[in-house]
Design a protein around this ligand. Structure first.
Ligand code: ZN
Length: 66
């Protein structure tokens, strides 16, 4: 994904950090924002393209620290 790109769940990629993911061994933490509620949170780079907002969707994975 590129910065500014939105995934199919309306999550927009804001920033790619070099911080290691806390839940995926080879991933980095990326900052994404929900286009529906404005929630800004961290997700791992491997899941960004399918990420769901943890505020809007109870089935979403826990956010990464940012
Ligand atoms: Zn949301």
């Amino acid at each position: 994904m590129n910065i500014g790109e939105k995934n199919k769940n309306d999550q927009v990629l804001l920033l790619k950090t070099d911080t290691k993911s806390t839940n995926h061994p080879f991933a980095k933490i990326w900052v994404v924002q929900c286009d529906k509620c404005g929630n800004k949170y961290g997700c791992n780079s491997c899941d960004a393209h399918i990420r769901k907002c943890p505020s809007c969707d109870k089935s979403a994975a826990t956010a990464e620290p940012i």
